[in-house]
Unconditional design. Sequence first.
Lengths: 429, 323
Amino acid sequence: MSVTTRRTRLAAAALAAITAVSGLAACGNDDDKPAAGEKPAKLVVDTFGEMGYDELVKQYEKDTGIKVELRKTAQLGEYRPKLVRYLATGKGAADVTALEEGILNEFKPNARNWADLSPLVADHSKEYLPWKWELGKAPDGRLIGLPTDVGSLAVCYRKDLFQAAGLPAERDQVSALWPDWKGFHDAGLKYKQGSGGKAFIDSITAVSNGVLFQGNGDLFYDKEDNIIADTSPAVKNAWDTATSMADISAKASTWSPEWSGGFKQGTFAATFCPSWMLGIVSDNSGPANKGKWDVASVPGGGGNWGGSWLAVPAQSKYPKEAAKLAEYLTNAKSQVEAFKLKGPLPTNLEALKNDAFLSYTNEYFSNAPTGKIFGESVAKIQPIHLGPKHQAVKENALEPALRAFENGQADKAKAWEQFTKDAKTQGAF
Amino acid sequence: MSLSATTARPSPAAPPSPDVDRRRRRGRLLNRLDVKYSPYLYIAPFFLIFGIFGLYPMLRTAWMSLHDWDMIGEHTFIGFDNYTRLVSDEYFWNALVNTFGIFALSTIPQLLLALFLANLLNRSLLRAKTFFRMAIFMPNVVSVAAVAIVFGMLFQREFGLFNWLLSFVGVDPVDWDGHRWSSWTAISSMVNWRWTGYNTLILLAGMQAIPKDLYEAAEIDGASPWRQFWQITLPMLKPTFIFVVILSTIGGMQLFTEPLLFGNGNIIGGNQREFQTLAMYMYEMGIVNLNTAGYGAAVAWAIFMIIIVVSLFNFLLVRRSAK
């Protein structure tokens, strides 16, 4: 036997070992599909943040005898890569998966990764906020998500600072200050004058967030998912409204250290609060500012920022039972229970009318009737089409351009140019 | 050890039985196999692990870069289209400029400072040597995320320490992440803080390997310490120095965490991509945007190529200096 053949043999053996190892990893638990009608022993639910399903899941176990494993991930930033991995490799996904707005839209072009729920559950289309229900559908008409919660929009404002600057402080009067965005800007200017030049809102991107969802008509995409960011009147309106607020802005973009620090320092007197933001506002402001914040309605009526759906991955072995579980978790009763436990806002019309929900007040925010305020805000939203890369266009094209304008890095025309250019690349899919 | 033991010979024995003979032959064979193949076996774990976690992902990335690859959807073969797109991609070149800019701002002052510190630590008169050597290495042990978060706070616009200090000398608050120069400075300062000590220690080791008699001879000839540094230390240190430069180059080209956390985790690195590095651009295209994973893979290979080119350049410098 020559040396070279021995070497090649050795190499071949090593290669075989490698393939054996990787092969082992590749086909670890590829069990066969269960026979139809077989009851699963266990269903897995993937959620992020706090969706308030802990008690509901226990109840479901009791009712059906199916064990439910609730896998929670705290941060959306960790949750998304996990989902992508499950879908890319075709294994590991839970039977019921919570999808946040941005993720859902991004996953829609590849709707085949998700089970079509419409044949699996009863027709609930009339039971939810119409715009929310529509967003759960893929472009090809498949129903891939059942609505869970919304990020209904309101305005959080500092009563004490308003008062000191000579503005009304009572929440109904404050809401009456700004029936529209012009009124909001006027109030901001008045505040600036009365407070000796202090900023009124945190940033202009918070404004654009608020205006976008009030847009009648398509935003970054048309119904056929063509990018129309540069010509869409709704986007232009959001842009103009946001840029007009630069003179009353503290230039502290959401999540920046300037922003979180600004709550305590009173750098700004008002910010746009989706329902899930209340906890963040109170955490950032600290116990010392308890009772100084209040909640008023958003200019121009309703608004939304965030919110989720429950979907069933196509790789689930028990799509039928998983769909049943998703149906149960999103029904009116469950949504009220989840709201009581962790606070996600209902999307089910019946739940939105529920007394427990409507009578809910928030102690930190001067006992504002947040249930009622947020409930009214989402009811006014018109059905809206968000394209596949809506989130990316908003976060990586629109908002950076707005901030560049706000910080004086670019004038209005240059910033708009930056936005339309980036929207094309960010929005391509 | 007694001498007799080594000189003692086995007494001539009767011809071995066929059984013993076979055993002995097998022993010899095993011995030969051991000598021949054991080394391969010893280094096999490295190559196995490198193959699985190093080589395979690299080849896979190369394969991906030839596709229009959607992470959760279709893969279409498009040949070298991703690479041609890369050449005319404004944001790729922007990231390249940022990477080299931050690299220059962080490597040049850092190595000069490291050289200076190493020279100080190399003084024979210095007391508490071990303490200083340990202390100077400390920043490198701190987690990069912690460094980035603390520096992010120091460089804040409203409540940051640096703007507060600047206010005493009458400088207006700087919007650190709003300009190229300021964001590069801030990010470079993090890199410098973390890696100066590390490079100092490597250079120090290089300095200690220089024979002492060279210095003694120079001293007798009346050369000043400054002259000794220029004419003995620096030339003798050249190989170590080049090694340090190569390490810094690889680190600098892959800079990711510092700029990412400096920009509050925004992958585009500043409102106008003022401090988006190549690694961040790769991550944006390859991981964040699900549908451009193939393009991201092409960016990854471009980074790999750039590192090779820069390292080759360094290698040529070493060869020349060795001659």
